[in-house]
Design a protein around this ligand. Sequence first.
Ligand code: SF4
Length: 476
Amino acid sequence: MADERFEIILTTDRTMMSNHHGKEFIGFMATGPPIGMPESLWMWIAAPKMKTDRLGRPWQAPYAMRKLEALLQDHGYKAAIIDPDHLHKHLDHAKILMLSHHDYFALCPPSSEWWLVTKREPVNARSFRRLMEKPEIRRAKRNGLKIIVGGPAGWQWLYKTDLWERWGVDTVVDGEGERIVLDLVEKVYSGEPLPRYVFVGPNDVPMIEEIPKIKHASVNGLVEIMRGCPRHCKFCSVTLRPLRYIPLEMIEEEMLVNVREGVKGGILHSEDVLLYGARGLRLNPDALIKLHKLARKHLETIAWSHASLAAIKNAEEEYGLISKLREIICEDGVQDYWGVEVGIETGSVKLAKKIMPAKAAPYPAEKWPDVVEDAFAIMHENNLIPAATLILGLPEEEPDDVVKTAELLDRLKPYRSLIVPMFFVPMGVLKDKDWFTTFKVSDEHIEVMRRCLWHSVRWAEEIIEKFYLKGWSKFI
Ligand code: SF4
């Protein structure tokens, strides 16, 4: 029984602690409010419960939490990720509760956009609130439990100081946690006061050798291949992080952790998978081919998290690389397509030059709409299915910029893809509790949203019938 008592519990709410039926894309439903059905059914579709062991340790857990769990265990702490339904088994004797989330309060796109359009709070924020109000957490807090929150949405607590206070959160970590978290834990164990807020700047992020290897399965086999992005778009926080490539040996070990625990497919995670091993923005075909052969050797199915449209065009036109990677990925016929998220952001050259001058590189920013269309054509020919985002309401956006985006959407009609518009909501607006009622949506924005909807509805049918459900049927 002694080693079944964990002193540090890592957890999150159900919308994060789920593998979304093995389909990452279904997880997007957790960013919306329940529409046309009870919330419990919506939650079951978007974020079904995760299988756990007797102690409540989940089969699969969010990758970033697996990293912290491994780090703490490597340093001798009795730490474990616990499913939110099993917290009552542990919190009475735990010292620290650590929380992580992609979107604690539904302030990031696409949650914020659902909220704007429907005026209803998305289920991820509701689910997180239910977690924080759980009697076992409240009781443990009264008995001295320290609560540390972080993850990609750590910044959101700065706009929810009332809840920060009400739920007794001791420390908010904003940025990559591997370096700072051990200091915080030491402080708790030695009885020192915790800082209220820690910002992890570019100089405080962990080096490759400080990043631990996961010890247990990540959600849907996600494995990180690099961190950071060199394109420096003005609206993106990833750009603050320096570039680090994860060595192939470490990627392989993590893939094998997943496979051994029964997660046979994998998602290669990067802000731009095609920049793996790149020298600046110069692609490294050898590194990419080795990476994909490694993934093919160990995984049944392979997906990419994100790629840039400029790199897709450059990879195919200069090296024939998308076709080569397709041959590797689809080699044994188990899969005949793969998915990726891409960012169109805007169709306006004027706006692209102002806010994302390097997004089109190695092509000039003036060519951005052509880069987008060429990359879409390449993806279409190679069965690489993009879920693309556009950003509306960017700083300095004028009505003419939105018209240019609508025109670009017309050019993208022939290419198989889903296109999702998102709103850039300025941080200042988020401070207002009712921000989603005061934020103004223009007629041009509505026209772009309408064209995105028609585009996506038109292609969704083919994607679901020819690819998505066909692939799924092999596993059920
Ligand atoms: S290309 Fe994507 S990840 Fe990189 S800085 Fe721009 S928006 Fe961020």
